[in-house]
Design a protein around this ligand. Structure first.
Ligand SMILES: [Zn+2]
Length: 194
């Protein structure tokens, strides 16, 4: 996390743009999203935050990062609803973007083309290490991509993978946290091969 070039050149004078914050679990994605949104709120910009309605780990109405930094969010059923709810907004934040449908990149483009600053946070890889949902497409169309890292619980290096501790083939496990550990590539491969 040494290169925050969330270059304000991209969003001066209400020119829309897309920023992506991606990484594994426990990498601080939501904290970084909240940091950027708080700065916008402080600057009296109109901010709206959306998350998938299925994301009900902690609270119905609030986006809660792991350090309990809370900021109010609106649960939506699909990406199309974000367009309907984003009129008259300066900055749109989207959390847990990996759980959204494949329409999300197009929605983000439309918002950015309307002059809105869009900040998207999400897991870039699923527990198998495969690109997750709409995240790769979002990274491709974004002006700015920040990849944040967790710390590997096995060796202390930077971690990019979310290793699942329980045997379950479902892509999405709600309840989560306790069931995952951040691992580096080497440790991820070693634990998956035994
Ligand atoms: Zn490791």
């Amino acid at each position: 996390m040494n290169h925050y070039n969330e270059t304000n050149v991209f969003n001066s004078g209400r020119t829309g743009s897309i920023e992506v914050i991606c990484g594994s679990m426990f990498s601080g994605k939501t904290e970084e999203l909240i940091r950027r949104l708080r700065r916008a709120v402080f600057a009296k910009q109109k901010v709206e935050i959306f998350k998938p309605a299925m994301e009900i780990r902690y609270s119905e109405e609030e986006i809660v990062s792991h350090d309990q930094n809370t900021i109010t969010g609106t649960p939506v059923e699909n990406s199309g609803n974000i367009l309907l709810l984003s009129s008259d907004i300066d900055v749109v934040g989207i959390d847990e973007a990996q759980f959204f449908d494949d329409g999300l990149p197009d929605v983000c483009n439309q918002l950015a083309n309307q002059g809105i600053r869009v900040i998207v946070a999400g897991l870039d890889m699923d527990y198998k290490g495969n690109p997750f949902g709409p995240m790769p497409a979002l990274c491709a169309i974004a002006e700015d991509v920040t990849k944040v890292h967790a710390i590997c619980v096995e060796c202390g290096r930077l971690a990019s993978y979310s290793y699942r501790l329980v045997k379950n083939e479902k892509l999405i496990l709600l309840g989560e946290k306790e069931e995952y550990q951040p691992l580096c590539r080497e440790c991820f491969n070693r634990l998956n091969s035994r």
